[in-house]
Design a protein around this ligand. Structure first.
Ligand SMILES: Nc1nc2c(ncn2[C@@H]2O[C@H](COP(=O)(O)OP(=O)(O)OP(=O)(O)O)[C@@H](O)[C@H]2O)c(=O)[nH]1
Ligand SMILES: [Mg+2]
Length: 202
C-alpha cells in the first residue's frame, strides 16, 4: 500500500482535492486484480461530504477517525485503522486527510513505525493561495511545519488569485522547503492527469 497524507490549514482544499485524486487513481490502476484500489481515511467532518455508500460503487471506501487529531490523541487509532485496512482490503492506495491543525511529522513517524503493509508515505501539503500571506503570519509555526514536512506542496485555489500573488506564494513555499515538488492547481477548476502524476511521483 502507498499512503498519501494530506495536510493543510482549515479550508485549504484537502477534501476537494482528495476525491478527484482518488478517482484518478481508480481509473489509472494498471492491473485490475480485484483489490479495491483506494481507501480514504478522514480525520474529521469537513465541508465536502464523503459518502461511503456512494463511493463504494466507484471502488473507493472511506474510514473515519473522529474525536481527536491523528497527529496527537489518535495515533493508536490511526495505526489500527491502517493495519485493519491492510488485513481486510490491502488497497493499492490509502489517502489520509489530517485535520487542518495536523502536522505531518508525527503522523508519518507513526505510519512508518507501526503501519503494516505500507511501502511509502508521501506527504502532500495543500496551501490556500488566497490566505497564504495571512496564515504564514497568523499561524506561522503550524503552516511552516506543514510545508517543511511535505514531499509535495499543492498551491490550491489558483482560480482566485492573480499571477503576481501566485508567484509570491510559490516563492514563499520554496523558501521554506526547497526539497518539495510544488504544483499549482485549482480544485475548483479541476486538476489534469499530468498534475496528478507529478503529485504521486514514480
Ligand atoms: N474557488 C475555489 N474554491 C475552492 C478550491 N478548493 C477548495 N475550494 C473551496 O474551499 C472550501 C474548503 O474546501 P475543503 O476541500 O473542504 O477544504 P479542507 O482543507 O478539506 O477543509 P477542512 O477539512 O475543514 O480543514 C470549500 O468551500 C471548497 O469548495 C479551489 O481551487 N477554488
Ligand atoms: Mg476536509
Amino acid at each position: 500500500m502507498r499512503v498519501i497524507l494530506f495536510v493543510g490549514f482549515l479550508g485549504s482544499g484537502k477534501t476537494s482535492l482528495m476525491l478527484p485524486l482518488a478517482r484518478f487513481l481508480v481509473e489509472r490502476r494498471e492491473a485490475v486484480d480485484g483489490r479495491m484500489p483506494v481507501v480514504i481515511i478522514e480525520n474529521e467532518v469537513g465541508d465536502v461530504s464523503i459518502d461511503d455508500a456512494v463511493l463504494r460503487q466507484e471502488g473507493l471506501s472511506v474510514r473515519e477517525l473522529f474525536g481527536g487529531c491523528i497527529c496527537c490523541q489518535l495515533t493508536a487509532d490511526l495505526t489500527s485503522c491502517i493495519n485493519d485496512i491492510h488485513a481486510e482490503i490491502d488497497p493499492h492506495w490509502v489517502l489520509v486527510e489530517a485535520t487542518g491543525l495536523g502536522t505531518p511529522q508525527p503522523i508519518v513517524s507513526t505510519i512508518d513505525r507501526y503501519g503494516k503493509g505500507v511501502e511509502r508515505v508521501t506527504t502532500l501539503a495543500v496551501i490556500d493561495a488566497v490566505r497564504w500571506n495571512e496564515l504564514i503570519v497568523v499561524v506561522e509555526p503550524l503552516v511552516t511545519k506543514q510545508v517543511t514536512g511535505a514531499d509535495v506542496v499543492a498551491v490550491n485555489k489558483t482560480d482566485l488569485v492573480d499571477a503576481d500573488t501566485l508567484e509570491e506564494v510559490t516563492r514563499g513555499v520554496a523558501a521554506l522547503n526547497g526539497r518539495a515538488k510544488v504544483v499549482r492547481l485549482s480544485a475548483g477548476e479541476g486538476v489534469g492527469p499530468e498534475v496528478w502524476e507529478k503529485v504521486i511521483g514514480p
